[in-house]
Design a protein. Structure first.
Length: 480
């Protein structure tokens, strides 16, 4: 008599997903492999196994898992999409395209696969095909901000930034009652300076959906921009920094393209950052200023990277993770019950280790933290991701020197590889120089760089707005 295996329960599958989500990837792999032994013909388990192996960088094993899932269930679109992503990460772009097209043949309304196809086509320099793929994704899912951002990047690379407007008009022609499409058309119009037309588009979105908060916010943001138009804002008149000094500093921090492509870690919202794809053998991440967002750190733990977190303003990290180590202290330039220095933190937690990531968003304290740390400790970090606050203070001669000192200290042994302005507030302008007050800088230690060239395309295809409901803006041209 043939004995049939019992299908895994929803609780068993959820327990694997919970291990994965908490950063316990090896535990998730062990758990799913046990389930597969009992249920070798369960495609969902093979797909989950592939996701886990991909998270620890074992892409070849991930491919085998996805293929096994597809042997069991040939039309399993999630496994096909994941296989396409993995082929892309392996550099097998033509294979990735084939898999995404298979997904779309089976499920034509799979917006994520259309977006992934567009990204791969961009990497193959098939920009016009990529545009069409992003447009199809947006016709299916008009509020798909990632596809909208990718569409704008593809059109800019084609030299057609105005074409985003035509794309959204085509979507509206198909279905004029999609509030999100009118909202995104407003964003596209705003991006090229057609602010009054943008207001009209937001009004149409709100006529369809009066409770559409993003359209309300974008309309208010654009109205504020219209109200503020006029002569450039001359800040700190009488005490302004000499224009030449600001220009010289900006020239020093212009981003370069290196032998390491940029990847996004931490998801598509605030708390996600672009870093070089040079994280193999990273010892740990030090991350002060946790607050309620640990998406960046969670992603790193999925690669097996331990994360040291610190923040006096919260009692604990926002989620439980076996690879988190939390200190209830602010990072500062002094040591006491509430504060600790970067020097002491590193010596306490990883005194004999090297090659760290520093991810720091500490509301202006970044300047004294950097200037007070020794070169010996700073150089232990391979990658720095720092949100600098109050950069418009570069216009103020009283504050310029402290900001310049901080950057020059970092630049002794690091290069800037990416800059992303936070869209929480508008840039400031003085003497023709535009400075966003808050910007995220990514640095890579110089010994990790073997080739470099000027990085001239902004925004990067993986950039995302910090506040999704606000209009985004690109890095001003003077910064690259």
């Amino acid at each position: 008599m043939e004995i049939k295996s019992q299908l895994p329960t929803e609780d068993q599958i959820n327990s694997v997903i919970s291990l994965y989500s908490s950063g316990q990837i090896e535990g998730a792999i062990n758990a799913v492999e046990i389930l597969i032994q009992d249920n070798p013909c369960e495609a969902k388990l093979q797909n989950i196994s592939g996701i886990c192996y991909a998270a620890v960088g074992n892409l070849d094993k991930a491919v085998l898992c996805y293929m096994e899932a597809l042997k069991i269930e040939p039309n399993y679109v999630e496994a096909l999409n994941n296989l396409g992503i993995t082929f892309h990460n392996l550099g097998q772009l033509d294979e990735a395209v084939k898999k995404y097209k298979q997904v779309i043949t089976i499920k034509p309304d799979y917006a994520e696969a259309l977006n992934n196809l567009g990204i791969t086509l961009m990497d193959l320099d098939h920009l016009e095909e990529a545009v069409k793929s992003f447009e199809k994704a947006l016709a299916i899912k008009p509020n798909y901000s990632t596809a909208f951002n990718n569409l704008n990047i593809a059109l800019k690379e084609l030299g057609q930034p105005d074409s985003a407007i035509k794309s959204y008009n085509r979507i509206i022609d198909i279905n004029p009652n999609i509030a999100e499409a009118h909202n995104n058309l407003g964003n596209a119009l705003s991006n090229i300076g057609h602010l009054e037309d943008a207001i009209k588009s937001y009004d149409k979105a709100l006529a369809i959906n009066p409770d559409f908060s993003q359209a309300h916010n974008n309309r208010g943001f654009t109205r504020q921009e219209i109200d503020q138009q006029g002569p450039p804002l001359n800040k700190w008149i009488g005490e302004s920094t000499e224009k030449q000094k600001i220009e010289e500093l900006i020239k020093l921090v212009r981003p370069i393209k290196t032998n390491h492509n940029l990847i996004r870690v931490g998801g598509d919202t605030d708390g996600g950052y672009l870093i070089p794809n040079d994280i193999e053998n990273i010892s740990a991440c030090f991350s002060p200023g946790v607050s309620d967002n640990a998406n960046f750190e969670n992603d790193l733990t999925k690669k097996g990277i331990k994360c040291f977190l610190a923040d006096y303003s919260v009692e604990k990290p926002p989620n439980i993770n076996a690879l988190f180590d939390f200190e209830k202290k602010y990072l500062s330039d002094i040591n006491n019950e509430m504060n600790m220095t970067l020097e002491n933190w590193v010596k306490l937690k990883a005194p004999n280790q090297y090659d760290f990531i520093l991810q720091m968003d500490i509301e202006g304290s970044e300047y004294p933290v950097i200037t007070s740390v020794s070169d010996e400790i700073l150089d232990k970090f391979r990658i720095l991701v720092i949100e600098f606050h109050g950069l418009d203070s570069l216009f103020d001669r009283r504050k310029f020197n402290s900001i310049e000192l901080c950057f020059k200290k970092i630049l002794k042994n690091f290069e800037v590889v990416h800059i992303h302005p936070n869209n929480c507030c508008k840039p400031s302008i003085c003497n023709g120089i535009i400075i966003p007050p808050y910007m995220e800088f990514t640095f890579l230690r110089k010994d990790r760089i073997t080739t470099k060239s000027n990085s001239i395309i902004f925004p990067h295809k993986f950039d995302r707005p910090n506040i999704a409901s606000f209009n985004d803006f690109s890095l001003p041209k003077c910064w690259f």
